[in-house]
Design a protein around this ligand. Structure first.
Ligand code: FES
Length: 125
């Protein structure tokens, strides 16, 4: 069994995450399987979730890295239009009310963004 890594993983520069801008996409190992994830900035806070809708486990971006609705208020799933509240990933409208996106913990330090592995989410290398 590979050793568990819990060290913060560099994701990108802080400047790469603009307020309600395009996402920075990345991959993590979820229980050993590579899965897509994304990071965005909302209300000045960097946030990351798996790119997996809580309705049907599909990728949500309508074009790579495009996760915002027209008003840039909610994260939207392009498949059936579920709207997710950015700070907590909870579905507030659409086919899966109350369900949540899977969050990945981020931190920012000295202009850099890091994500935190867990037992479930590990770095690829
Ligand atoms: S798959 Fe996302 S709303 Fe249905």
């Amino acid at each position: 069994m590979p050793e568990l890594s819990l060290a913060p993983q560099h994701l990108c520069e802080s400047a790469a995450l603009q307020e309600c801008g395009d996402a920075v996409t990345f991959e993590v190992l979820e229980w050993g399987r590579s899965v897509p994830a994304f990071a965005v900035r909302y209300d000045q806070v960097a946030l990351a979730y798996l790119n997996r809708c809580a309705h049907v486990p599909a990728e949500m971006d309508w074009q790579p890295g495009k996760f915002w609705d027209m008003d840039k208020r909610f994260i939207i799933c392009s498949v059936h239009g579920a709207l997710y509240d950015p700070p907590n990933g909870q579905c507030v409208s659409g086919p899966c009310p109350g369900a949540r996106l899977e969050a990945i913990k981020l931190s920012e330090e000295a202009g850099q963004v890091y994500w935190y592995p867990t037992e479930r989410f590990q770095p690829l290398f």
